[in-house]
Design a protein around this ligand. Structure first.
Ligand SMILES: [Zn+2]
Ligand SMILES: [Zn+2]
Length: 268
């Protein structure tokens, strides 16, 4: 597949999922927003554009490129084990998802990484646009981690591609403010991180922020005991955000991008 085709498919899927989830949450919202859309959407969508430009300019199709190189040169554990492509692809998908879970835990517990990641948590509401709200430096570090995993294991390009598309889609899905029947949430939660599950992670209460780290598969949180079924205050009583960034000015794009370099650090 041409790198341009890969980028186009990723973009089309992301825009389609964004439009679908935005329509769903506007028609059937789970919670009433506190800061609202007008104050937040331009910045959250703005950071999505910054991230797309940065990653596209600095590292075009980087992870897929590394994966193609590894498969062309027989690099990585899966090649040495002579795994069939289908087995290597499935194992690679799971390994990448576990790596993203581990990276997320690390971003919470290593102070300088938390400074980058806390911008994601500083949003005063959580909706589909929060799924785009990652600091560009966090995106770059995440790319580096994915490259290491792909090289070490020799994850096939098809698995990398599917993983990237699915992760973009699930990030938009699980941040959205959509109303869903409890029965549907329970069933989906067996295989997928649902909006109700990820919302706990955006609670202002520290022990709730430090739970439900998964973005895609919900199993790692259960396995490593970081799973929390629901927020103590309930989904309608939960306060979203961080104690140190309650000012609505912090929702501006320029303030968001400089948050890592300012001294409002609550965590040591
Ligand atoms: Zn987090
Ligand atoms: Zn989140």
């Amino acid at each position: 597949m041409e790198p341009g085709t890969e980028a186009t498919i990723r973009l089309v899927v992301a825009v389609a999922v964004f439009a679908g989830m935005a329509a769903w949450e506007i028609l059937a919202p789970r919670r009433k927003l506190t800061a609202g859309r007008v104050a937040r959407w331009p910045s959250n969508l703005g950071v999505a554009v910054v991230d797309a430009l940065l990653v596209r300019l600095v590292l075009p199709a980087a992870v897929i490129g590394v994966s193609l190189y590894a498969s062309g040169h027989g690099i990585g554990l899966f090649h040495w084990l002579n795994l069939r492509l289908s087995v290597a692809a499935i194992a690679g998908f799971f390994a990448l998802d576990l790596a993203i879970y581990a990276q997320h835990v690390m971003f919470h517990h290593v102070p300088w990484l938390w400074r980058l990641h806390r911008m994601h948590h500083a949003d005063l509401d959580i909706d589909v646009t929060t799924g785009f709200r990652f600091h560009p430096f966090e995106i770059l570090i995440s790319l580096g981690i994915k490259i290491v995993v792909v090289l070490a294991l020799g994850v096939p390009p098809v698995a990398v591609f599917v993983f990237e598309v699915v992760l973009n889609a699930t990030s938009l899905f699980n941040h959205s403010n959509v109303s869903m029947r409890p029965g549907l949430d329970r069933i989906l939660r067996l295989v997928l991180v649902t909006p109700d599950m990820h919302r706990v992670h955006h609670s202002v209460v520290r022990c709730e922020t430090d739970s439900n780290f998964g973005f895609n598969l919900p199993w790692w949180d259960r396995l490593f005991r970081t799973y929390r079924r629901e927020p103590a205050a309930g989904h309608n009583g939960i306060t979203i955000g961080l104690p140190e960034f309650r000012d609505a000015r912090e929702l501006r794009l320029d303030r968001m991008l400089t948050q890592p370099f300012r001294s409002e650090d609550a965590r040591s």
